[in-house]
Design a binder for this molecule. Sequence first.
Ligand code: SAH
Length: 225
Amino acid sequence: MRRQQDDLLHRGIGMTSQRTRERLIQRLYEEGLSNAAVLEVIRRTPRHLFVDEALAHRAYEDTALPIGHNQTISQPYMVGRMTELLLAGGPLDKVLEIGTGSGYQTAVLAQLVERVFSVERIQTLQERAKERLTELSLRNVVFRWGDGWEGWPALAPYNGIIVTAAAADVPQALLDQLAPGGRLVIPVGEGTTQQLQLIIREGDGFARHVLDNVRFVPLLHGSQL
Ligand code: SAH
């Protein structure tokens, strides 16, 4: 078992050498990521295991890559940026993620917060992500196949919510499921006009911060096999 895992972690080690990973971290730092814990987790998370073997040699480039079903694994900079925003208010217990995709962002989060609840609308992607996290022995994640527009009400409230697809409007269900002081990081907008927003539940209302211009795949409705 142990042996199997070692083989898996070192698959394609030539192309995914420590040096290549260090270069990525250096670049993310130069681009403005500053949370040492987040950078360290990105450094040690084997992103090449989250893409097709044919793309493994590009896994440590700072770029989004296709994962099938017209979806992409997020760019490492964006994974780091969103994770930093989520964690900037202090340690997080329960985090809801909408858009599991490859499971890469999920794996990063799982190493920085207590528990992750991750919702994906495409069942095939969800199953593969689940396998990868099991292989990496990340056990504090629960997966759900469903429509993220509804959040995951049964387990609410959450201290943090991260959405990795762009919504035309912020889903009301996600606002409702945010704990007091909870933080929601979400790309909002359509087509090429999208902005990353940080929304914090404060008292009876919400504080909204409009941040970077971004480019994400759309948050779709319904679920599919
Ligand atoms: N963080 C992922 C990003 C995947 S791309 C990664 O790094 O791999 C966005 C993902 O959101 C896709 O997998 C897409 O299927 C999913 N998605 C889109 N709309 C959704 C919805 N309404 N509910 C749940 N997942 C959704």
